[in-house]
Design a binder for this molecule. Structure first.
Ligand code: IPE
Ligand code: IPE
Ligand code: MG
Length: 243
């Protein structure tokens, strides 16, 4: 090796987004109700958040509840909403102490007022933190997000704040819920399903994807580490031919 040559370590993902799927099947495999799986899944989040700094992950975005998940039984939806309230109440202090900044994306209009108040409070309590930037997608759907964004964009045009001829690729992202976040580099889906289920469609145009069989309640920091390593070995071309 020539003198002075520095071997660059593989670059890991800066923004990882996770579709946390498989809680129901995990519970079913144990003969337990689906909510048992959701509780086990929620408990996995802390380990994953804590693993981020060492892996160089600055942004972690997790899919907790989709705009389509309202189609589930009333009991499961109510159980999930109560789990979200409990999760926020229980985790606020640990998140704040670890320097994690929490944001929520998704439409809050359909969520109950008590939950929204807790979400606002957690965002405010961690607003100054500069550690891991954790984004929780709750009542989030990409198509819903784009529809809401387009509505605001159209309003700006109608009221003369934006000229149609100035609309380009940079315009829409400024109206999305994710406007302050970089695009995800790596999107992971657990549970063996190889689909996106309406998650970050615009933002993930050039993300790398990992579909793994592990059910979310079994996901560990070790598995995240392995996925980040294999991400570092990938050749991201963004449409260009490497020189
Ligand atoms: C993911 O687990 C959590 C939510 C969608 C809220 P699921 O509840 O979808 O689990 P499976 O896919 O039925 O196993
Ligand atoms: C996607 O999982 C949503 C979340 C993980 C919150 P789903 O289980 O709802 O997705 P489908 O129904 O299998 O596409
Ligand atoms: Mg599922």
């Amino acid at each position: 090796m020539p003198a002075g040559h520095v071997v660059q370590p593989p670059v890991g993902p800066r923004h990882v987004a996770i579709i946390m799927d498989g809680n129901g099947r995990w519970a079913q495999a144990r003969g337990r109700p689906r909510l048992f799986g959701h509780h086990a899944g929620a408990r996995r989040v802390r380990e994953v958040v804590e693993a981020c700094p060492d892996l160089g992950i600055k942004y972690l975005t997790i899919f907790a509840f989709s705009t389509e998940n309202w189609k589930r039984t009333q009991a499961e939806v109510a159980g999930l909403m109560s789990l979200f309230r409990r999760y926020i109440t229980r985790e606020t202090r640990a998140l704040a102490e670890r320097g994690v900044r929490v944001r929520f994306i998704g439409d809050r209009v359909r969520l109950d007022a008590k939950l929204v108040a807790l979400m606002d409070q957690l965002e405010r309590a961690t607003a100054e933190n500069e550690g891991v930037q954790l984004t929780i997608a709750l009542n989030y759907g990409s198509r819903d997000e784009v529809a809401r964004a387009t509505k605001r964009l159209a309003q700006d045009v109608a009221e003369g704040r934006l000229r149609p001829e100035d609309v380009d690729e940079e315009t829409l992202p400024r109206y999305l819920d994710t406007r302050v976040l970089p695009d995800p580099d790596l999107v992971i889906r657990t549970s063996g399903e190889a689909r996106i289920s309406n998650f970050l469609l615009w933002q993930s145009a050039y993300a790398e994807y990992e579909f793994i069989d592990t059910l979310w309640p079994d996901f560990t920091a070790a598995e995240l580490t392995r996925l980040c390593k294999s991400f570092g070995a990938r050749d991201r071309r963004f449409g260009a031919v490497p020189a």
